[in-house]
Structures are given as C-alpha cells and as structure tokens.
Design a binder for this molecule. Structure first.
Ligand SMILES: [Zn+2]
Ligand SMILES: [Zn+2]
Length: 387
C-alpha cells in the first residue's frame, strides 16, 4: 500500500502538467498539441511501448512490471476539452477563447501521467499496465474507435478501469456503485408536417406549431404516466425549429431531443412511445410526422469483480468511510461504456470538492485531488497485479 504522502513530489509536477494542459485546450480528435505533450512525457519516463495515432490522436503506453509474467490491465484517461468560454479566472485559464477544459480531462490526463511516471520507476507488479489516453470523450466516439482499432486485443488487456472527477464530492473521497453507473444516450427528431399558409387564415391550413406544442406537452406524460416510478428515464425536448414568419404558418416544425435511461428496455419503450404519441397527436389534428430515433452510447456497466477491486483500493487509499460505494448512478453518459463492454471494467468517481459543476464556464479541476488520483491508480496496479 502506497500512502498519499508518497506522491507529494509527483503532485507538484503533475499539477504543472495539469495547468499547462488547461491553458491549451483542444477539441474531440483534434488533440495535436495535447497528444504531443502526453507522448513526450511518456517517452521521458522510459516506458516499454508507446503507440500514438490510435483513433487519430489517442495514445497507448505499456509498462511492464518487474515481478514476473502476468496479465495486462488497462487504465484510461480522456484528454479532450469543450467549446465553452472559460470564466474561472485562474492564472492558468484557457489561452484559446471559446475552448476550455470544462470537464476536468486535463486533470485525468495529468493524474494518469503521474501514475505512469511512478509505475515506470518502481515496476513493483507482475504483468503489464496499458495506459490509455483517449480523444473525443465529449462527442462520445473516442473510446469506441480505440476499441474498434483493436487496442484491447493488441495489448491483450484483460480488464479496464476508468476514473472521473465529481464536483460536490469532497476531495479525498471516492464514489462508485455496482452495476449501471451511467445512462444510455439516444436522440430523436420529430418532423411535424402540417399545411402552411396565410397566418390570417388558420382555418385553411394545418398549423404544425400548435400541433408541436401539444406534442411537447404530451411527451411529458410518457415518463410520468408510462414508466415504472422506480425506473429511471429522461425524455427532454431540447430544440424546436419552425421557419414561419409573422404572416406565414410554416409547413413543418422540427422537434429534437435526448433520451437517457438506465435500462436497455427503456430505450425500446422511449422509441416506440415517442413515435406512437407524436404520430397520434399530429394525426388527431390533421397533420402527420416523420420520426427518427438514434441510439448512441449504451449504459456504463461496472462489473462486480472489478468494482470490488476498485472499492478495496479506494478504501486503502482514503479509508473505508471516505468511499461511497452506493453512489446513485448518473443520467449523464460516459463513452468508457465501450471499453467496459469490450473487457470487464469499473469506473470510479474522485471528489473534486465543492467546485462549479462539470461543463460550467466557472469550472476548474481541483489540483488537490491529484495525489488521490495517482495513489488510486498506483495502488490499483499493485493490488490487481500483485505477484
Ligand atoms: Zn464532459
Ligand atoms: Zn468528462
């Protein structure tokens, strides 16, 4: 067991990396400078293998332990920023107007780099560790692409672990749960078709705006009246587009939105009932609809064995009372789900303190969390890969 104090020196260094990354945020797969920075650091640690350009700007680095043969485990950090105008007012605030690390991926990258440096120096484990630095978490495709490009097979990764900071949870605490920890993400479009015409003669037209208003209200009852109250489903209309004018009733209106759910069968329910309700309402008023439903990330599932390992390690690092192992799942989505589908895995949340929320312009990753993150990674490796 490596205590937090072990990482005090590394904390200083990792904090400077974190703040550097924070100053130079990049989006989705376009992480040219970020990936260059990460690869340079990894090279300087003297790792065994380094592969860049996975899923365009993703990186996998391999460290072999000195305690004999064993399996390879994957540790994953995300590296991408967000298109938000930063308002955190720190000396290390974003140098690129309109882009910022608003989700703390700068912190995740710095903590995994810190762990990489320590593991490369000590190598006090059997088997190998694959350090996975992923692009494009925010658009939800980076993890999937890295898996599709074969990293799990190429490095023979047996189990995979992820970590994300959580504002509202105190620094020095961890939170996790067994089973589903993040929701599935779907999107829908409903094109409401009426008959456009002069706004002064509504009786000669079929007004898709009034129909759309009924549909938006009608959809609210799908969850409240149609879903088991103990199940979790969110249906949010997030965009309503009509291009009429003061004197023109438009032909069509587009209603778009998102569906989040913690169970696969709720996705089926949402898809069927969004269509059924919207079509029935529109047809009832003489209109019709076109309907599109797209399924993206599935739920993120924490596998029992890996979750038990993660909890055990977190408890060793911060004490049993500082680990909430019954954390309520989030209706947000995490593309780590694709890695956790490819290999058994566990995703843990690390306290970021009472800071602004994720994706807020005022958010900043809390550097005080860095030694806890490094300690979690290092102890996880030395526990899972103990000889
Ligand atoms: Zn995010
Ligand atoms: Zn994030």
């Amino acid at each position: 067991m490596r205590a937090i104090e072990t990482f005090e020196e590394l904390q200083v260094e990792a904090t400077s990396w974190r703040r550097h990354l924070h100053q130079y945020p990049e989006l989705d797969y376009r992480l040219t400078e970020t990936a260059k920075f990460v690869a340079q650091k990894l090279k300087s640690f003297g790792l065994d293998e380094l592969e860049t350009g996975v899923a365009e700007t993703g990186i996998v680095a391999l460290v072999r332990g000195h305690l004999g043969d064993g399996p390879t485990i994957g540790l994953r950090a995300d590296m991408d920023a967000l298109p938000i105008l930063e308002a955190s007012n720190r000396p290390w605030s974003s140098m690129t107007e309109g882009l910022m690390h608003g989700c703390g991926h700068d912190g995740h990258t710095a903590m995994l780099l810190g762990a990489a440096k320590y593991l490369a120096m000590t190598r006090n484990f059997k088997g190998s560790v694959a350090l996975i630095f992923q692009p494009a978490e925010e658009d939800g495709r980076g993890a999937q692409r890295m898996v599709q490009e074969g990293i799990m097979d190429r490095y023979d990764i047996s189990r995979v672990f992820g970590l994300h900071n959580e504002p509202g949870v105190d620094v020095g605490k961890f939170a996790i749960c067994y089973g589903t920890i993040f929701a599935a993400l779907d999107e829908f479009d409903i094109i409401v078709k009426g008959r456009g015409g002069h706004a002064a003669e509504p009786h000669r037209n079929v007004d898709p705006i009034v129909i759309s208003a009924q549909i938006v209200l009608g959809l609210q009852t799908l969850v409240s009246r149609g879903t088991d109250p103990l199940q979790s489903l969110v249906i949010s209309v997030t965009s309503l587009t009509a291009n009429g004018a003061y004197n023109i009733i438009p032909e069509t209106v587009k209603i778009s939105g998102t569906v989040r759910s913690l169970k696969e069968n709720l996705r089926d329910f949402a898809e069927q009932n969004l269509f059924r309700a919207a079509a029935a309402i529109a047809r009832g008023f003489g209109g019709d609809i076109e309907f599109k439903y797209r399924r993206y990330e599935p739920v993120t599932e924490n596998n029992p064995d890996e979750t038990t390992l993660a909890i055990g390690v977190a408890r060793k690092v911060v004490g049993a009372n500082a680990v909430d192992e019954k954390f309520a799942p989030s209706m947000g989505t995490e593309d780590f789900c694709y890695m956790a589908r490819a290999r058994p895995g566990a995703y843990i949340l690390i306290g970021n303190g009472q800071t602004a929320s994720l994706h807020s312009p005022a958010y900043d990753f809390n550097d005080d969390a860095i030694p806890y993150g490094i300690a979690y990674w290092v102890n996880l490796v030395e526990t899972v890969l103990a000889p």
